[in-house]
Ligand binder design. Sequence first.
Ligand SMILES: C[S@@+](CC[C@H](N)C(=O)[O-])C[C@H]1O[C@@H](n2cnc3c(N)ncnc32)[C@H](O)[C@@H]1O
Length: 232
Amino acid sequence: VSVALVGAGPGDPGLITARGLELLRRCDVLVYDRLVSPELVAEAPEDALIVPRERLEQDELNNLLVEVGRDGLDVVRLKGGDPFVYGRGGEEAVALAEAGVPYEVVPGVSALAAVPASASIPLTHRGVADEVRVLTGHSAGVQSSATVVVFMGREHLPDVCARLLEEGIDGSTPAAVVSRGTLPDQEVVVADLGTLAEAARSVPGPALVIVGEVVRLREALLTTARLALVQA
Ligand SMILES: C[S@@+](CC[C@H](N)C(=O)[O-])C[C@H]1O[C@@H](n2cnc3c(N)ncnc32)[C@H](O)[C@@H]1O
């Protein structure tokens, strides 16, 4: 795999993943975000080309990743938190996929989970809060195209889907059940919300249910991600 979109974690350099650090330590090119710890940037090899993200517009950055990826160089695109949580990692992955450049996504510890924990605030707590709502400063209060994620939903999938339909989510909205995510036997069932319960009837746990238009991106992203796995 030539390009890796790597999550650096929320700030503390110790919170990058082992896989992320391994790729960082042997990259030819590092492109890093402003919020990434300088200690992590210093982990790149001395002779690596190091590019701060803020010097580039998003289009320029996408083109750079495609070009250096095509040259077969090992590129680490190091992003704060997790690449696919408010990180524009999806846009970079789409650019790479469309260009046919093999890439890998290395998830990171998102501020979503890490920052509340660091402040001694559990995001969920039995009897206190059993749902988490995530907004941005741009979307707060506005009817938005939210992604819904359901933990522990597999055992009650027909009820979960019925509740989301009752809440007004259209039955044609794309939806997925991801079982045993990140493990070698990961399974992904994609359907629409109206048919998901039947389609995912027999998947094993643990599983997450994901509902929203973002599920459609998977088809485009998978093309080269699958290639990357084969070549790895
Ligand atoms: C563009 S978003 C990137 C989020 C990132 N991809 C993630 O998964 O954490 C940046 C925002 O995340 C939040 N954030 C990131 N790191 C943080 C930290 N160490 N402490 C508090 N908030 C943080 C802030 O709201 C910041 O404006």
